[in-house]
Design a protein around this ligand. Structure first.
Ligand code: FE2
Ligand code: FE2
Length: 274
């Protein structure tokens, strides 16, 4: 079990589930969907790891980090969120719902979705980790239940650390591939647009199938749950931190970064508030 892995900075057992006032939050359907969908997406991380390992074949430093740190940490995020869901909503049959989710999700994680070069893929990974760090930070701010806040903060810290590793690898490849700002900007912005709601919608549908079969095929229900979840996150974003992380691979002058803050803020509000 990965809990024995000495490289993990925290363990699922560090979370004190006995502190949860289950009766107070059991009826919070949005929290249920937020925690479950995140547990699905994180638990499907090994699909991405395989893609990335193939892509970086021969770069031992990267491959070793992905295998020994990145993947075990992402999978632990999935296990911790799953344990949280099991504690508060024990009637939810996680495993079969997750299997059914994976069936569809696998098709979304094809190798062809990777960027055209290793350096550009590293810049794209910075975007993805910025997105997850932003998401969990916002969840930690949105939540009122202290154990969930603790969990979301721990995950956000891991995502920031992933970002820093990808940024370091990116800098190495940028030299080597002589990547110009324009190509990096193109990758960063296209990957930012791709951080769509597709993964989340896929998770919501499969959770609903198990939780609420009568409404699982109702697009209006899926849409409204998606917007409730997005609203929870969008109200608690911190755009300037996110912007700084997104812009770092570009190394833009700070005046230009400051000028970009407003449009990026608008974009983030629109993205998270569907
Ligand atoms: Fe994660
Ligand atoms: Fe991550």
């Amino acid at each position: 079990m990965e809990t024995l892995n000495p490289t993990l900075r925290w363990k699922v057992e560090d979370l004190d589930f006995s502190r949860i006032a289950v009766d107070r939050i059991r009826n919070d359907e949005t929290l249920f969907y937020l925690a479950s969908s995140a547990s699905f997406i994180e638990s499907g991380s090994d699909l991405y790891t395989r893609n990335l390992i193939d892509f970086f074949h021969g770069d031992e430093e990267v491959v070793q980090w992905l295998l020994e740190h990145w993947e075990p940490e992402e999978l632990q995020h999935g296990r911790a969120l799953r344990a949280y869901v099991a504690h508060v909503w024990p009637e939810f049959d996680w495993e079969p719902a997750f299997r059914s989710f994976l069936g569809e999700y696998q098709a979304l994680c094809k190798v062809e979705l990777l960027a055209p070069s290793r350096g550009l893929e590293m810049s794209a990974r910075c975007v993805v980790e910025t997105g997850t760090a932003t998401y969990y930070r916002a969840l930690a701010r949105a939540a009122t239940e202290p154990v969930f806040v603790d969990l979301a903060d721990r995950i956000a810290n891991d995502e920031v650390s992933h970002y820093k590793h990808f940024l370091r690898f990116f800098k190495r490849y940028r030299e080597h591939e002589r990547l110009g700002r324009l190509r990096i900007l193109r990758t960063v912005s296209s990957r930012t647009w791709e951080l769509r709601s597709e993964d989340a919608d896929c998770a919501i549908r499969h959770i609903a199938k198990a939780r609420d079969p009568a409404r699982a095929d109702d697009p209006a229900f899926i849409r409204s749950m998606g917007s409730r979840m997005s609203r929870t996150v969008s109200r608690n974003l911190s755009p300037s931190t996110t912007l700084k992380m997104l812009m770092r691979p570009l190394e833009l002058p700070s005046a230009l970064q400051a000028a970009l803050l407003f449009p990026v803020e608008q974009f983030m509000q629109r993205f998270f508030l569907r």
